[in-house]
Design a protein around this ligand. Sequence first.
Ligand code: FE2
Length: 183
Amino acid sequence: MPYTLNEFTADCRAALSDDPDINGRQKVRNHLCRLLMEDAFVNAHCGPEVEPGTSLLYEDDTLGFQVVAHIMGDAYDGGPHDHGASWAIYGQAVGYTDMTEWARLDDGSAEGVAKIEQANEYRLERGDAGIFDDFKIHSISYPSGARFIRVTGVDLSTIARARFNADNDKVSVSKRESFTGAA
Ligand SMILES: [Fe+2]
């Protein structure tokens, strides 16, 4: 029997209800990896017929987590950012996404200043997923046509998130619309 979006979101709800911390998120990641290998799911939500853009596949009324499909038209190479006080799990459906994790070196005491350096790099291919905990810094790049599913703890447009410039050690924190190209 295929694993469906409904089963996935029920599994997420159960995992995060039992344990909202890293153990629950790890279970969500594992469930997402399984879902991403389902051709029926990928074709329906990330297939060639789906227009570029984002679509909200699910929002949990009680826990607040969201499942969003990101259908990319153009290639993209984005800057480092965090997701504020939310975790995010990126899972690849089509193509690949190159992930870079960054470490923060300063103590955050100087307004608008952040020293960061690259800490880790890896590629997500179909069926792979990466977890980014609250305030974890990363950047992403992908080729044209990449498609992924992002599960976040909350609607990211409701919380302040940081963007970092590693060249001049600046950081800006603001609420903004949830992304349509850069995550
Ligand atoms: Fe992101």
